[in-house]
Design a protein around this ligand. Structure first.
Ligand SMILES: Cc1cc2nc3c(=O)[nH]c(=O)nc-3n(C[C@H](O)[C@H](O)[C@H](O)COP(=O)(O)OP(=O)(O)OC[C@H]3O[C@@H](n4cnc5c(N)ncnc54)[C@H](O)[C@@H]3O)c2cc1C
Length: 474
């Protein structure tokens, strides 16, 4: 295509473009590229500075895609039907079946689409993730993937304004007519013929999280960008767009309690839970640490820890286990006695001693094997530890703190199969579309399937980009 129009950003205060896209992550860029390839002039406004562009997409590693045969990186077929079974299981059927099936069907196209935009993939990681057949891993991770998308978008004439926040949208008789954006130099008006909301969820808005979770939310850590405050989501809901999903549903995991408040990313993940016990601030165990392999269960620990006093937990292990899991980014607390360790983490030593003694006495023995559901379990203990239960008795002793880490929220705007946002009366806004976290709740009513966040963003980014550019061309 040789026609590559660009938005007019120079004249006066008002910016004119065919398509305005709010956000700067995977969903926004997939929409921008698709719309630009379809002949539309596209303006992307990204709230973050350039160095922090790309929201939560920066932190990602992989994307789940259906495919009918192995392709050198993906190790085997992953048919849509199997993908659907996996999704139905984790969401417990709490998903829009038509939209979900369409997403999985269209995920088949993503490999070729992304490759054509310059995104490259690497052989899947082995070890604890075991996603080699189902998930495509980005070579260089999410940042590298984003860099390729930005490069392609800019080559196609897409204009990106950084440090620019969408603050309002103008509508007339149900049609989008323009928007207000806040730049470093003050407010500007954008006149556009179509709009795509791709501005993420509200996970970085602690006040909003508190509305859903109560005061406990103050102690949550936000694994991703501080820029996803849900301001566009709130704006659209206030304008009469239909919400979908429950504000309390989200992807939440337990992460190292010393992680920064925002943007800690994946390195703050801890893999040691199955190798020890987890106690709360009162020194009590509260869940079966050996229920299943950590990657399968780790998404439940965010909620578990969130429900504990002070929203904190401590993994206690001994020297037998310290080299059995992926090394952590922060060193553990270490002491020669359990009493000294308890004092270091600030939990009553007498209570810790009692909890560990009860656990040790309940361990049945067996053959420890962390690669299978082994026969090392507890007997007569509540809660039980079903596998990998070995007495904690060999100094030095170690402790890691755990806190709830919120990955992303599911409350979003309801959409139709064309990616158009639906008003409260069920009617679609003809030239207003949504993609990514801001509509993920249509597919993810609850639960999570590793890599599907990026799938949803790319599939609906493409749908929205196609829809909005087709609208403006007609
Ligand atoms: C640590 C971590 C690891 C993850 N790993 C994976 C993984 O491996 N695979 C996977 O599928 N998913 C993963 N996810 C989830 C995944 O990141 C999201 O599902 C996906 O990035 C969502 O894409 P998006 O484009 O909707 O949002 P984002 O990538 O978050 O982009 C939203 C953008 O909107 C911008 N924005 C917000 N408000 C405004 C406004 N008012 N005006 C303008 N711009 C605004 C933000 O600055 C941001 O750039 C991970 C998330 C985290 C936090």
């Amino acid at each position: 295509m040789d026609f590559m129009p660009s938005p007019d950003i120079a004249i006066g205060n008002e910016i004119t473009t065919d398509v305005l896209i709010a956000g700067g992550g995977n969903a926004a860029l997939c929409a921008a590229i698709t719309a630009a390839r379809n002949g539309a002039s596209v303006l992307v406004v990204e709230k973050a500075p350039k160095a922090w562009r790309g929201g939560n997409t920066r932190h990602t590693r992989n994307m789940r895609v259906a495919h009918d045969e192995a392709n050198g990186t993906l190790t085997g077929p992953y048919p849509v039907e199997e993908f659907w079974n996996d999704l139905e299981r984790v969401t417990k059927g709490n998903t829009d079946v038509d939209l979900a099936m369409m997403t999985l069907e269209k995920s088949k196209e993503l490999w070729d689409f992304l490759w054509a935009q310059g995104v490259r993939f690497q052989p899947s990681l082995g070890g604890t993730l075991s996603l080699g057949r189902t998930n495509a891993f980005f070579l260089g991770g999410g940042r590298s993937m984003l860099n390729a998308l930005y490069q392609t978008a800019e080559d196609l004439g897409v204009t990106v304004l950084y440090d620019t926040e969408l603050t309002d949208v103008a509508m007339e008789e149900g049609y989008f007519t323009g928007a207000t954006v806040r730049t470093a130099d003050g407010e500007r008006t954008v006149k556009a013929r179509g709009f795509v909301a791709a501005a993420g969820g509200f996970e970085a808005n602690i006040d909003w999280l508190e509305e859903a979770w109560g005061p406990a939310a103050r102690n949550f850590l936000i694994r991703g960008t501080p820029y996803n405050t849900g301001s566009v989501l709130r704006l659209l809901m206030d304008k009469g767009f239909a919400p979908v999903g429950d504000p309390k549903q989200c992807h939440a995991v337990a992460i190292d309690g010393r992680a920064p408040k925002f943007d800690g990313g994946i390195v703050t993940r801890l893999d040691c839970v199955p190798f020890g016990i987890v106690v709360n601030a009162d020194g009590e165990r509260f869940y079966d640490e050996g229920e299943d392999f950590w990657p399968k269960r780790y998404a439940i620990w965010g909620r578990l820890v969130a429900a504990q006093p002070d929203q904190v937990g401590y993994v206690l292990i001994d020297s037998k286990s310290i080299n059995s899991f992926m090394p952590s980014v922060y060193p553990p607390e270490k002491a020669d006695t359990l009493e000294a360790l308890s004092r270091t983490i600030g939990v009553d030593p007498a209570k810790v001693a009692e909890t560990v003694a009860a656990f040790n006495a309940a361990c049945t023995g067996g053959t420890f094997d962390h690669t299978v559901h082994d026969d090392c379990r507890t007997e007569g203990l509540t809660p039980p530890k079903s596998h990998w239960a070995r007495p904690i008795d060999t100094p030095p002793y170690y402790a890691y703190s755990l806190r709830p880490g919120i990955t992303f929220t599911y409350l979003g705007i309801r959409i139709d199969a064309h990616g158009r946002m639906l008003m409260n009366d069920g009617k679609p806004a003809p030239n207003m579309f949504a993609a990514g976290e801001i509509m993920a709740g249509n597919i993810l009513g609850e639960g999570y399937l590793a890599g599907i966040g990026m799938t949803i963003g790319s599939v609906f980014g493409r749908i929205a980009g196609h829809g909005v550019s087709s609208y403006v061309r007609n």
